[in-house]
Write a protein that binds this ligand. Sequence first.
Ligand SMILES: NC(=O)c1ccc[n+]([C@@H]2O[C@H](COP(=O)([O-])OP(=O)(O)OC[C@H]3O[C@@H](n4cnc5c(N)ncnc54)[C@H](O)[C@@H]3O)[C@@H](O)[C@H]2O)c1
Length: 252
Amino acid sequence: MNRVEGKVAIVTGSTSGLGRAEAVMLAREGAKVAVTGRNDERGAEVVEEIRAFGGVAEYWRVDVSKEEECIKLIKEVVEKFGKLDILVNNAGITGPDVPTDKVEEADWDNMFNINVKSVLFMTKHAIPEFRKNGKGSIVNTSSVSGLIGDRELTPYHATKACVKMMTQKDAIEYAPENIRVNCVCPGTVMTPLVKGLLADDPHYLDNDIKRYPCGYFGEPDDVAYGVLFLASDEGRFVTGHALVIDGGYTAQ
Ligand SMILES: NC(=O)c1ccc[n+]([C@@H]2O[C@H](COP(=O)([O-])OP(=O)(O)OC[C@H]3O[C@@H](n4cnc5c(N)ncnc54)[C@H](O)[C@@H]3O)[C@@H](O)[C@H]2O)c1
């Protein structure tokens, strides 16, 4: 309990899946949480879930691929909660499951706008707020797809590798200012994002599970616990780290 007591956190894309679990866990551990996303109904649901156990949360509708919306979000969160301590860059999409020779430029651009530029914009505008506190913690969301190759999801792999490198680069840049930057690299976790892959290939998960040494997929809380550790002061000596949460998938 109270592992992030008194802190203020923004979790992007927290109306569903991993982001939702991360927002709820940070709130349960004492943070005031800005729940953000593009679905107002689900945003209200997450806030209600947090308030039901006495947590503090507010919902903001934001498209994180737009810089002006990221600026507005951070400004309003600081006005509402007084400061910013933790930024969880979670929002992301998988995009089209095609090989490189079939990738359309518009899809590539859209993937980079949502999965990578969002990390740039949110980080860029969170840093001045962290400087005011003399510290801060950013947790980005890469993926096992950012670590190893595969015969699937070309632009997704490229964006997630980019997020991992931005994590390492920014960790070095901001370490002297007591601002830590880490990322999580989850394996398959059953969320709406993964269920969406079944539309293209109904056997996606039957094939995927064979590659998991542990024999099961992750739950959103498995990733949320990793985010909580990296976000909290327990991780004070950890920066530039890619925390792999994948049931052994990339250990093979
Ligand atoms: N589920 C997995 O197996 C898995 C594995 C590795 C990495 N990830 C990553 O974890 C993150 C969360 O994925 P998830 O599985 O929870 O998916 P999800 O689809 O359940 O949630 C994604 C969230 O991002 C939000 N989002 C998407 N585009 C946005 C935009 N432009 N502006 C604001 N919000 C936006 C969505 O509204 C949603 O709330 C993603 O970055 C994903 O790539 C997921």
